[in-house]
Structure formats: C-alpha cells, structure tokens
Write a protein that binds this ligand. Structure first.
Ligand SMILES: Nc1nc2c(ncn2[C@@H]2O[C@H](COP(=O)(O)OP(=O)(O)O)[C@@H](O)[C@H]2O)c(=O)[nH]1
Ligand SMILES: [Mg+2]
Length: 335
C-alpha cells in the first residue's frame, strides 16, 4: 500500500474511491482535496457538518503535550468564557486577539488588554494582531520564540477566528514554503491537524476549531455568513433612545427600551447591517422571536455571539428578541 497522504489545505486524508466522502481526489498525486481546490479556485464553499467530539479529541491530545499553544480569538467576537477551549489544555498559552483591522482605528488597544487582564486568566502573554493586514505578526513571532517550550507550537481556537489565515501570513513572512492553508468564512474549513515546519526551530500546527454552538453563523444561510465576517474597519453607529422606543437590526434582532433615563446605544456590527429606531408601542415586528430581559449596569455591552455588540452607557432595562439558539450576554464595556 502507498503512503497515506493528507490535503495541504485542510488536513483531511486524501482518497480516490468515494466522491461523496471527504478527502476525495481524482488523482492521488494532487496536494489538495477537491473541496479545498474548489474553495481556493472558484470560491465555491461546501459546508462540512462535523461533530465537535472529534475536534475535542484533538484538543485533548494537544493538552497531553508540553508544547506552547496559541489561543486565537476573534476580537470582534471575544468568547463569553475563554475556558471553553482552555479547559482541555494545561499548556503554556499565548492569547492572540485577531482581526484588529475590523475594529475602529480609534479603539485603544491598552483598554482591550486591560479588559483581558481583568478576567484573571493565566495566559503567558496577550497580543493583538491582524492576520489579514499583517499587523503585529513580528511582535507575535518574538513572543513565540521567547516562550516556546519545544519546536512545536499549536494553534487552537473556535472555528473562523483566523487560525489558518495567521499561519498563512507567517508562512509568507518567515519561510520559503509554498503551502497555503484553505481559509473561508464558513465554519469547519480545517478538518484535521496540519504541521507546517517553518524552519529547524519552529513547526506550527494548525487545528480544526471547535464550533461555537451559540454563534449566529450556525443559524443563517451561506450568503448571510459572508456578511458576518467584517472585511473592513467597522463604523460604529450611535442612537439616542428613550422609554417606549425600540431598535431593530435587519430581521435578526429587536431591542425594546423598557426602563431608564434617555440613553445612548452604540452598535458595533459589520457594515452591512442596518439599524432602525422605531416607536415600540403596537409595533409587532420580530416579536415572534424569543425574548430575554436584561438589566444593564452603567457602561456595559450587550454581546450577540457572532454578530457584534452594543455599547450601552446608562443603566436600564431592555427586552431583547432574537432566535433562541443564539447566545447573548452582557459584559463590562470593552472599549
Ligand atoms: N477582517 C479580518 N478578517 C480575518 C482576519 N483573519 C481571518 N479573517 C477572516 O475570517 C474568516 C475565517 O478565517 P480562517 O483562517 O479560515 O479561520 P479558522 O477557521 O480559524 O482557520 C475568513 O473569512 C478570513 O478572511 C483578519 O485579520 N481580519
Ligand atoms: Mg482553519
């Protein structure tokens, strides 16, 4: 039997026997499976439905090593609970906050770092980067070299946080390899671990991300998912609101202002979304969605997993209407 060969884009085992199964190629000489080939060359995305069980096993096996781990988080969608991933790992870890380019330039990075420190998690270090814009990748490399415990460095995080994008940027900057990992706005692009030997001293290992069940991306169709990944710096929009009014975002969420002084709501959403202010009395729009009541304290964010957040200045009571599967929560204002 010939040696097993894996797709250079997503890590899946290549096979030429069953076209309906993952890893299919017509010719085993190919380096990319048909799915990756189509994504790369035609932007033709195919979703693979995977259970997280397999990905959790991979994380657990990372946890058995003593290697340094980069935990990649989307700055635009910082997890409510970073230990959803951390709990499988006792390794030394660097927290890497990606997609800086999507946040307004005016946002102060020290405030974000301070927010992370306030969570009191034992990361060795925290770095803010943009994989797409090649921002602070040198700084990250410096920290990797300083903190690495062996030649192997794992890259973990939820799906779509930009793990493969980061590794591609590092390959470009620091090696002569011509490998390029497959990236896409859909969940479950990377299917297996992929080892990238950058040089004698550093091998990066990409991993499939866990799917975050509360993320809005799981409950909308393809064309909508593309809208959720901010490509450019987002423009926050502020609305003055008082009792009796409501704010509606496309067909996905509605906020009724139930109690409180005049207030200011600033929406941090990808640019394609529209916010409308309306009179709530008798307004039936979106009321069939599931309702959650929140009491906000002074300067808190209302976060909608996978969509963005709303910065609310004064304390108040609101009713939120949204699909019941989508996770929402409040936190101290990030910025
Ligand atoms: N704006 C922005 N988007 C990014 C950045 N890094 C990755 N993305 C986008 O996020 C999506 C998921 O990226 P991918 O690398 O496949 O994530 P992975 O699932 O963690 O490997 C793609 O649409 C990327 O273009 C970044 O630095 N800035
Ligand atoms: Mg990936």
């Amino acid at each position: 039997m010939s040696k097993k060969k894996y797709c250079m884009g997503c890590g899946i085992l290549l096979q030429n026997e069953n076209i309906t199964q993952e890893g299919y190629v017509t010719n085993l000489e190919s380096n990319l499976c048909q799915r990756c080939f189509r994504m790369k060359n035609y932007g033709d995305y195919q979703v693979v439905a995977k259970s997280n069980e397999e990905f959790i096993q991979i994380l657990k096996s990372v946890g058995k090593t003593k290697d340094l781990v980069l935990h990649i988080v989307d700055l635009f969608n910082i997890d409510r609970d970073l230990s959803a991933i951390r709990k499988y790992l006792s390794n030394k870890m660097i927290l890497v906050l990606n997609k800086r380019d999507a946040l307004p330039k005016s946002v102060r990075e020290d405030k974000i770092i301070e927010y992370i420190h306030s969570l009191g998690l034992p990361y060795e270090d925290v770095v803010i980067i943009s994989a797409n814009k090649n921002y602070q990748i040198d700084l990250l490399m410096k920290k990797i070299k300083k903190l690495k415990t062996s030649n192997r460095i794992y890259v973990v995080g939820h799906t779509n946080t930009g793990k493969s994008s980061l590794i591609n940027q590092i390959i470009k900057n620091y090696s002569d390899l011509n490998q390029e990992l497959t990236i896409s706005p859909l969940p479950c692009t990377t299917l297996n671990t992929i080892e990238i030997p950058l040089d004698q001293k550093i091998t990066l290992i990409d991993t499939p991300g866990l799917v975050d069940r509360g993320n809005i991306a799981n409950y909308v169709d393809h064309s909508f998912i593309k809208k959720l990944v901010p490509k450019k710096e987002i423009k926050p929009k502020t609305y003055q609101i008082r009792k009796g009014q409501c704010l509606v975002v496309d067909k996905i969420l509605r906020i009724d202002y139930i109690e409180g002084e005049r207030n200011s709501f600033t929406f941090y959403l990808p640019n394609g979304f529209k916010v409308k202010k309306m009179n709530a009395i008798k307004q039936k729009i979106l009321k069939d969605l599931s309702k959650t009541s929140y009491e906000l304290k002074y300067r808190e964010d209302l976060v909608v997993n996978g969509l963005g957040w709303i910065k609310i200045v004064e304390k108040c009571k609101i009713d939120l209407y949204i699909d019941k599967n989508i996770e929402t929560f409040t936190r101290r204002s990030l910025i």
